[in-house]
Ligand binder design. Structure first.
Ligand code: URA
Length: 200
């Protein structure tokens, strides 16, 4: 029998614990948990906002139209999705894709922090407003509202620690933003190119 990657075993325990929380917000309205997907030895960890319809159907993050945009951005810097780890702030789909609420972020993100501690990436790429604010607030949801706006934050690297895990952070717009603001494509490609600067 093939040996399981030690990180896969640890992540599976976290996933099982998350599944066992009966009253986790959004669990009742979603089809399934969208926990995360990708390379467990990667140095690049991407954090989106929340699963949409296709993610909710397939149980995988970024498999719909935003996922295709994300794959396009990764290809600009010579990466495939199999080379990075991808997850989101919320792991159950909000009804009609409405924005995450604070109590949902509070309930879901302890599992995200565990994922980060297991993968131990070099850089967190935050995709959009919610993951950027959560990460730059050091995981303190009370401080999220005092973090600035994406227009100022995107494209500038920061350093952050979650417990003993120190990471670089590259705030980027959410790939779905390109669907309704095509002019962001060049900005987002330029931000993605900075992910690799300084070595990852
Ligand atoms: N958008 C996200 O933020 N996450 C997904 O998994 C899909 C779309």
């Amino acid at each position: 029998m093939a040996k399981m990657h030690p990180k896969a075993r640890q992540l599976e325990l976290v996933r099982q614990r998350m599944l066992s929380v009966a009253d986790l917000p959004l669990k009742k309205t979603a089809n399934q948990l969208v926990f995360g997907d990708g390379n467990l030895d990667t140095r690049i960890f991407l954090i989106g906002e929340a699963p949409g319809r296709q993610e909710d159907e397939q149980g995988l993050p970024f498999v719909g139209s935003a996922g295709r945009k994300l794959e396009g951005l990764l290809s600009v810097i010579g990466l495939k999705r199999e080379q990075v780890y991808i997850t989101s702030i919320l792991k159950y789909r909000p009804p009609n894709n409405r924005p995450p609420k604070l109590d949902e972020i509070k309930a879901h993100t302890p599992f995200l922090i565990e994922q980060i501690k297991i993968i131990k990436p070099f850089i967190l790429v935050t995709l959009g407003n919610f993951s950027t604010k959560f990460v730059l607030a050091g995981g303190n949801t009370e401080k999220m509202s005092s973090i600035g706006e994406m227009a100022q934050l995107h494209g500038t690297k920061h350093t952050i620690s979650f417990g003993k895990v120190f990471c670089e952070v590259m705030p980027c717009y959410h790939p779905a933003a390109m669907l309704y603001r095509p002019s962001l494509k060049q900005v987002m490609e330029d931000d993605f190119k900075k992910i690799l600067i300084g070595g990852v």
